[in-house]
Every structure is written in C-alpha cells, then in structure tokens.
Design a protein around this ligand. Structure first.
Ligand SMILES: *[C@@H]1O[C@H](CO)[C@@H](O)[C@H](O)[C@H]1NC(C)=O
Ligand SMILES: *[C@@H]1O[C@H](CO)[C@@H](O)[C@H](O)[C@H]1NC(C)=O
Ligand SMILES: *[C@@H]1O[C@H](CO)[C@@H](O)[C@H](O)[C@H]1NC(C)=O
Ligand SMILES: *[C@@H]1O[C@H](CO)[C@@H](O)[C@H](O)[C@H]1NC(C)=O
Ligand SMILES: *[C@@H]1O[C@H](CO)[C@@H](O)[C@H](O)[C@H]1NC(C)=O
Length: 951
C-alpha cells in the first residue's frame, strides 16, 4: 500500500490556455544551494547561477569588484547542488508528469527522490524528461536536485592536454564543452565559468484532455519557391510553415489551424494548414499568405516594423482544439547574397568576384552596426530592461544590424522580440569560435541537437538575419592551419561541423534564412542543395587577382597608421575591426579601490586582457604592451594630458584613449561606407564591439554600467544616412572629400567647405593650382552634388594637402570645417540631411588648442510622450536639453558628462566640435533617475580636448 502521493500545490498550477496541459513554473519553489565541500548551504534563486546566489547570501563579494575573478576561482572549482522539494496537496496522480529545463549550465546530474533522472552536458539545449514513475514510486519527500559539476575540472579530465590556465584566452579545455566559450576568458572578458540553472524550468502534467505538451515551435515565413542563400521572387506569396515539437501522444487524425491577427487584433486569416505531416515528436503544416494581406517588416531606418500574432492550434478529429501555441511574427525576406558579380555589375565598375551583402524584401541594404558580446558575465540576471536599453542605444545610433558574436550564448527569445520591435537585424551564430572542435559522434550529435533546437526556437523572428557556423573559423582558424596539399585533420573537422552538419540543420528547418560556415567567409564556388556539402567552398580559389569575394575582419594596433586609409582592408563587408580604449573614471571607481586608479596599477593591468600580437614576457608585461596601444595613440595624435591630481590625470588619460578610439573608428567606418561607391561595392560594417560585460580596457562603445563611450557617439555620427567625410591618403597627401548615402533614392544637395584657424577666424580657402577643383581665394566654397542609391561621390580634391599648407604658410592653422551637406529627395524636401565633419591636416598633438570658453546651460526635465519618444520602453521617459556654447574659440571633442551614480541614460549627441560662437542643443534621455527629482542635472559637466592642457 503506497502512501498518499505528493504533487504540487494545485492552486499554483497555471493553465497556459484553456486547453493547455497544466504547467508549473519551478521558480515558484524554495530552492537551496549547497556545495561539495559541505561548507555552503544557502537559499537560492531560480533561475540562477552560483556566483549570484553566493553574492546574495554574502558568502562572496561582488564578483565584478576588484580581483573577483581571481579570488573566486574556488567557486568554479567546486561541485554545486541546487535542490528543492516538490511538496503540496494530495491530489490524484497525473497520468504523465514531465520536467522541462530551458537551460542548464552545463554539466548537470539531475535527481528526483534520490533517483537519477538524467545527466546533461549542453548549456544551449532544452531538456525534458518524463518522471511519472519516479513520482509514483517515491517513498520519501520529492526532492529535486540539480548537481552542477565543475566545468573546467571536467573538461580538463576529458582533454588531458589542457593547460588548466584560466583567466586567459587560451583555456584549451573549452572546446570540449557546449558552454559559453567566453566564460573561460576572452580578450574582453574575465573567466568566471559560472554554472547553474540559468533558464526557467517547468513541471508539466499531461492528461487525457491535454495529451501532449508543445515544448518548441518553429514558424518559418518565406516567399513561395524560396531557397536558402538565394534572393527570392518578391512577387510570390508568402508561405507560412509551422512545425510544433511536442512530447506526449498525438491523437490520430490531428490537424493544425492558424489564426493570424495584426497588432490591433484584427484577424488577417483563419485557416487550416495544408500538407500535415507528423511523427511522435513533431507535427508540421503550411499555408500561403498573399502579400496584399500583410505589411512588410523593415529594419531600422528603412520603414516600420509591423508584427502579427500567429495562433496555431492542434485539433482532434472533431476539430476541437487541444493544444495551442502563439508566436509573434513578421513578414520579410532577408538574404545574404553571395552570388557571382554579374555582367551588369561589372559594367558599373564593380570588381569581379562575388557579392557579399544583405537584401531585405529584395532591396540591397547597407548594414550599419556592431558586434554584440554577452551583456553580462552572468546571463541569469540579464533581463528585458537591460536588453531594451542596450537595443535602444543601438537604434538611436542609426544602427540596423548586430552580429551576435559566438561564442557567447544564443540570445533569449525576449531579446529577439525586442529586436523585432526595434528593427534590428540579428546576424546569429552557432556557438563555436577560433578553434577546432571535436568531431566524435557524441559531440556531433550534441551539436546537432543544439542547432535544431535553437534554429526552431527563434525561426519566427523577423529580426533573425543569418545563421553563421561560428566566429573567425575560415579566415583565421582554417587559414592558419590550411595546407592545400595536405589539408589534415583540421580541415576535415571544419568541413564536418561547419560545411556539412550545421548547414544541414539550417536547410532542413528553414528556407527563409541564409547560412555561412564562418563569420569570415570567401563564399562558395557552387550551391547544390542535394549535396551533403551544399556550399562547395571557394577557400583561396580566386578567378583573378583583383577579384573580391569576402568580408573583412582586421585589426591593427599601430598608432602611426591609425588614420592612414591605406592601412584599412578592402572587401565587400567589414564584420570586425577596432582598437581598445579605457572605461571612464566613474566606471573604474565602481570596481577598484582609489589607490588602483592608474594605468600601471596591479588591478588595471589584471583587467586588461588585450595582449598585442608579437608581445612577449609575463602577463603583466603583455598587459603593459596592450595598454601602450592606447597611450601611444594619445601621445601621437592629441594634446597629452598632464594633471597634478593623480585621479584627474587618470581620468583625462582614460577619456583621451576614448577620443583616440572614436576618431579611429570614425575614419574606418567612413572608409567602409565610401566603399559602397568604389569598385569593392562595400555594403556593410559592424564594428567590434558594442558593449562590455565588465570594467576593463576593451573595444566597446558602451561600458558595463551603460555609460556610452566617445566611440558610441562618433559611430552614430558616421552612421547618419547621408554623410560628408574627408579622406587623406597618407602616401600621396591627396585629400578627397566624399558624400556617401545609404538611401534607396538618389540624393542631391550642396556641400560647403570653409577653413578656420583655431581661434575660429575664417581663412581664405587654399587653392590647388594643379587640380583647380577647389577654387582659390574665397572664404568658403560650395559644390552641388548628386549621389546615387547606396553610393558615394567625390565632391572635392586637393592633390597635395601638406604642400598646400606649406605654400600658404598655414601649417599651424589646423581646423577646417566641411559643413551643411543638405541633400533632399527629389523636390519634395521631405527628408533633409545635414552632416558636418571637422578636419585637421596636422595632428592635434602639434596644434596649440585655444580655450574655447565652453558654456553649459542646463534645461529642465521634460516628459517624453507618444510612440516617437526615443526612449520608448525604458523606465522614465524623461529628457533634459542642455545648451553648449563655445564662446571664445573652436572647441574640439566637446564632451558632456554626468554622474552615473545619479542617473543612467543617453545623449543624442556628444563628442562633437563647435566653431567659435556656435551653440548646440544636446538632449539627454533618462533611463533611470536615481536622484528621483532630476537633481542629477546639476552634476552634468562639459569639457573638450583643450582641458587636457589645463591642470
Ligand atoms: C565533483 O564531482 C565529480 C563527479 O561526481 C567528482 O569526481 C569530483 O571529485 C567532485 N569535485 C569536488 C571538488 O568535489
Ligand atoms: C488583443 O487581444 C488580447 C486578448 O486576446 C488582448 O490581451 C490585447 O489587449 C488585445 N490587443 C489590442 C491591441 O486590442
Ligand atoms: C519517437 O520514436 C522514435 C523511434 O520510434 C524513438 O526513438 C523516440 O524515442 C520517440 N520519441 C518520443 C518522444 O517518444
Ligand atoms: C533588470 O536588471 C537590472 C540590472 O541590470 C536591475 O537593476 C533591474 O532591477 C532588473 N529589472 C527587473 C524588472 O527585474
Ligand atoms: C593612395 O595613393 C596611392 C598612390 O597613388 C594609391 O596606390 C593608393 O591606392 C591610394 N590609397 C587609397 C586608399 O586610395
């Protein structure tokens, strides 16, 4: 006679819908965390990761403070157990009970009532297990325990060869686990190797009324006849393909129904799906949707983002619905076009080779964006607010694409949802990076299950732009080992995983999304959907020396060539480039003691993980070499800060490294954008890297606490739709000014040029007798221009700018403004574009900057209202406008700053230049006002590069 059965509090069961099975969220239970040493036993959160619970319980300090990553190594070397008791009322035993885990990080031994349920070994998979018989037989309390083994210890055991050295980039064991690879250190990341139940978990009860549970659902929307990687026929209707993954029993004769509603709940269509197929795990069907029935979804800057609610029900033979799933979808096509350059394109002057660009709804788009790394060391605490603020910063900076770098983690659904709303294309990757990965059958099976799950999980999001096999595999990992005559195992492993397995997973599940094996990719020689290797890779098989096939990923630390356009790579698309800078003083103050605020302190050296290529010595020596990359740039190009107060000096230097970084990126971004009108037909740039997950010298444009670096604003400026920019060829001293547009209409307008001295006096425009293009002896110069769709055009040339300055005796006069490019579309003048860029032919280090007499006027808090509010969806929806005036002279790199302990938010403009007597309004959008009453406004200050010279 068995004792009464325990199951959960009936009152806590939440019905997902009228017909869904009962679903209980395990985060509602009391959880407990213990370790293998037996010295920790504390309450725990769920979902969670161990460090977060230890920190909450006061066992450890803030992991991100000080030397936390080093001092807390003991945490990742222990085994930890999360446990809870499934207790409650006696109720009749459900017919079938399952556990569903949305994410377990990573090596987990699961027990229920002391019985083994399963062992898992993949952070990126969903797992589900039937536990009915364990519950039935349980003679004690229903204890659920999740034991997390030490990932680094486990893989070192597997690898045997591992170096065991954490806190550096090269922890060799990481390839043996399906776990976020940057958890083991990267050149912008510490190595916490967190563990724990990082996503939600559920207990599911099936019954005769609800015989199955839909645990994942794919919706793939594409144009009829569309094939992966190929531009579809935009005149065809859309196909809506739904494929639901379930456990439990599918009654015979089941059918699928779709109800599609728009965002105002108006029904667009209600229909039975055709072509139903099913097995014991999946049911699939499709229908067509005429283009006229729906509005197209566009990326940021190209149109709106209409979204639709798709409700898919499974119905029994009597057409009664018994299971339902809802997905919010959008209608668009997005293709990474790698087809050969056509004769028509060649006739336009485009270099032979292959295309390498994105097309949305049949339009080429210029991709402007950045690379996203994990937004926190601990994913379990990344919430919607965090992602909404981050993505808000992305769209406010004129970006339309993020490359979600591998090897962090696949983004959660809510991040794709926010990207859908904001129009951010997400170039997504499988989690493999810069290494060769094991290919034993058990590993391949694990990769395959992971890829299937994630492809199906996010397939319905219109923001999903691409699947790439991994990071820097072909151009870096493979190129390094590639030997055409003896390809060896490295090539074979690469082919197996990235050219056969993962592509199969994508092509088998979705038709709407393109696949490339590696973020850097020379494209394919042929595409054969019936082959086990559908893309026959080009590798280094070039048809001609001047052909271009690939995207670029290139870094240089050389300060001397930082602004030399000859040093920038020429390709079809730039997916990575950059240079490091320091976080701001305020960020440093939050994480290290005051006595560590210097470029050479132990803790700053410890946090810098950028070790330049070719550097040698101890870790500290390597770190010093990395830090010198920043300071060398400052010394060469800007007035060198000297302040007797050591903290003020540290702050001025840190900020100056940000100016150097911003200046460098602006030049390189503008170079790539101009390429849209050059023979390379360059159609996209994603800078490295959007944001930080801790306070350290890195490539980021947004610091870990949400403060925006100077780079953020410079990139925003160069990402304006229509820009004017000067390009100086260091070799020839030829200066060319170009206008670049990413709009689909031709743009015409007027470009103006004026030269000033540093006091702001307008100078006679230096003429060039050789080119005669620029005119002579006038104080300013105008030229009208017309720039084609996604194109660039030259508007001014000086054949030798340095000779010119010598002959006109103006070498020390070093500021020129090129302003008011005011193009418009046709004659309607509906869209006007203005862009200004300040150019100086000599390094600012060699200029005698004058005191600009900056004046700051502070406005009042204003409530933003309506859908056009730029910080829609963020906490406060308030803004304040400041007015900055340069009263006395030209101001270089004007910078408004605020106290991040008082307020969090974003300026609409910063890091700009002002002419003498020029005023500018700058609006700060408030995300969080910690002062509660706007008193943070008084802490806003302004400075410029001139302040480097003032003690
Ligand atoms: C962790 O668990 C594994 C497997 O159960 C065991 O071999 C290892 O000794 C444990 N480590 C510690 C530190 O307890
Ligand atoms: C649409 O309907 C759902 C319930 O079916 C409701 O929660 C939601 O508020 C409605 N939306 C609009 C815009 O009416
Ligand atoms: C479905 O059937 C296959 C083969 O018959 C079996 O291996 C698999 O475990 C079944 N899956 C489920 C969820 O029952
Ligand atoms: C989201 O996370 C942030 C930290 O990034 C935290 O301050 C905030 O309270 C969280 N918001 C919610 C709604 O949990
Ligand atoms: C700079 O000028 C040299 C010499 O004319 C030329 O070969 C080179 O292509 C130019 N660089 C760029 C980026 O246009």
């Amino acid at each position: 006679m068995s004792r009464p059965l325990f199951i959960l509090l009936a009152i806590s069961w939440i019905a997902q819908s009228v017909f869904a099975q009962q679903t209980f969220n395990l985060s509602q239970l009391q959880w407990h965390l213990t370790n293998s040493y037996g010295n920790v036993s504390i309450p725990a959160s769920f979902p969670s990761q161990i460090h977060l619970d230890l920190y909450a319980a006061g066992i450890i300090g803030d992991p991100l403070y000080g030397m936390g990553d080093f001092d807390q190594l003991w945490v990742q070397r222990a085994n930890w157990t999360y446990s809870t008791i499934l207790s409650g009322l006696d109720t009749p035993l459900p017919s079938s009970v399952w556990l569903v885990f949305e994410g377990l990080d990573t090596f987990t031994h699961i027990e229920l009532c002391g019985q083994e349920v399963a062992n898992t070994d993949n952070q990126f998979r969903q797992f589900f297990f039937e536990v009915s018989s364990i519950i039935l037989q349980c003679q004690s309390e229903l204890t659920l325990s999740l034991n997390f083994g030490s990932a680094s210890a486990i893989v070192l055991d597997i690898a045997k060869t591992g170096d065991g050295k954490l806190i550096i980039l090269t922890f060799t064991g990481k390839i043996y686990m399906r776990k976020e690879q940057s958890d083991f250190g990267w050149d912008w990341s510490p190595a916490f190797a967190p563990a724990g139940p990082w996503k939600q978990a559920f207990l599911i009860q099936l019954s005769t009324a609800a015989p199955l549970y839909i645990h994942n659902a794919l919706v793939d929307i594409y144009r009829e006849g569309q094939m992966n990687n190929l531009p579809p026929d935009q005149t065809k209707p859309f196909v809506f393909n739904a494929s639901l993954d379930f456990f439990g029993d599918l009654p015979t004769g089941s059918s699928l129904y779709l109800e599609l509603k728009d965002s105002s709940n108006k029904t667009i269509t209600e229909t039975q799906l055709d072509g139903i197929s099913h097995n014991n795990e999946t049911i699939t069907g499709h229908t067509t949707i005429d283009s006229e029935m729906v509005e197209l979804w566009w990326p940021n800057g190209f149109g709106s983002q209409p979204l639709y609610y798709a409700t898919i029900t499974i119905r029994d033979v009597n057409l009664d619905p018994f299971a339902v799933v809802q997905r919010r979808v959008g209608f668009r096509t997005v293709v990474l076009n790698l087809t050969p350059i056509s004769n028509d394109q060649l006739a336009l002057g485009i270099a032979p080779g292959s295309n390498w660009h994105f097309e949305v709804n049949g339009h080429e788009i210029y991709a402007k964006g950045s690379n996203m790394v994990p937004p926190d060391v601990f994913w379990a605490r990344v919430n919607e607010t965090k992602i909404r603020q981050l993505f808000n910063s992305v769209v406010m900076a004129n970006q339309n694409m993020l490359r979600v770098w591998s090897s962090g983690a696949y983004l959660p659904n809510f991040a794709y949802d926010i990207a859908d709303e904001m129009g951010i294309l997400l170039w997504s990757e499988f989690e493999f990076s810069d290494a060769e990965y094991p290919t034993d059958p058990s590993y391949l099976a694990n990769y395959e299950a992971e890829a299937y799950y994630n492809i199906r999980r996010v397939g319905h999001h219109p923001s999903l732009a691409l699947w790439a096999g991994g990071n820097e595999l072909e151009a870096i990992e493979l190129a390094f080992f590639f030997n055409p005559t003896n390809p060896g195992t490295v090539l074979k492993q690469y082919q197996l995983v990235f050219e056969e397995l993962l592509i199969k997973c994508v092509y088998a599940n979705v038709k709407s999304i393109s696949y490339i094996p590696s973020s850097t990719y020379n494209g394919y020689l042929s595409l054969d959907f019936d082959s086990i290797r559908p893309q026959l890779p080009r590798y280094n098989n070039r048809s001609s020396p001047d052909a271009l096939y690939a995207d670029t990923d290139a870094y240089s630390d050389n300060a001397a060539t930082a602004f030399d356009i000859n040093s920038y790579p020429v390709g079809r698309f730039a997916d990575e480039f950059g240079i490091i800078s320091m976080p701001s003083l305020e960020s440093w103050q939050e994480v290290i003691p005051e006595d560590q605020l210097s470029f050479d302190s132990a803790q700053v050296l410890h946090r810098n993980r950028h070790y330049p290529f070719g550097a040698s010595g101890s870790d500290d020596d390597l770190s010093r070499a990395g830090i010198a990359v920043m300071t060398d740039g400052v010394k060469l190009w800007y007035p060198r800060p000297y302040k007797s107060d050591p903290v003020a000096n540290f702050s001025a230097w840190a900020w100056s490294t940000q100016v150097y970084q911003a200046d460098y990126y602006a030049h390189q971004l503008a170079f790539y954008r101009r390429g849209s009108g050059m023979r390379e037909r360059q159609l996209g740039v994603l800078y490295w890297q959007l944001e930080d997950l801790w306070v350290a010298p890195t490539w980021s444009s947004i610091e870990a606490n949400g403060r925006h670096k100077v780079l953020y604003y410079s990139a925003k400026d160069i990402y304006e739709p229509v820009i004017i920019f000067p390009y100086l060829n260091d070799t020839t001293q030829k200066l060319e000014v170009w206008v670049t547009s990413d709009q689909w209409e031709s743009i015409s307008g007027v470009a103006q040029f004026s030269w000033f001295d540093l006091a702001g006096n307008e100078l006679l425009l230096p003429g060039d007798s050789q080119s005669g293009e620029a005119g002579t002896n006038t104080s300013s110069f105008e030229t009208s221009f017309n720039v084609g769709p996604i194109n660039s055009t030259r508007v001014l040339t000086y054949n030798n700018i340095s000779a010119l300055f010598q002959t006109t005796g103006t070498t020390s006069i070093s500021a020129v403004s090129i302003n008011n490019a005011q193009p418009w579309r046709g004659s309607s003048q509906q869209s006007q574009y203005t862009h200004t860029y300040w150019f100086h032919p000599t390094s600012l280090a060699n200029c005698d900057l004058l005191d600009p007499g900056l004046n700051l006027t502070r406005g009042q808090l204003q409530a933003d209202s309506g859908d056009n509010s730029p910080n829609k969806g963020t906490a406060s929806q308030q803004s304040v406008t400041f007015t900055v005036t340069a009263q006395k002279a030209v101001a270089a790199w004007v910078w408004l700053d605020y106290s991040s302990s008082q307020v969090q938010g974003l300026f609409d403009n910063n890091g700009f230049w002002l002419n003498k007597a020029e005023s500018i309004n700058v609006t700060f959008m408030v995300y969080n006002d910690w002062t509660g009453d706007g008193s943070w406004i008084n802490s806003v200050v302004v400075r410029s590069l001139y302040d480097n010279l003032v003690d």
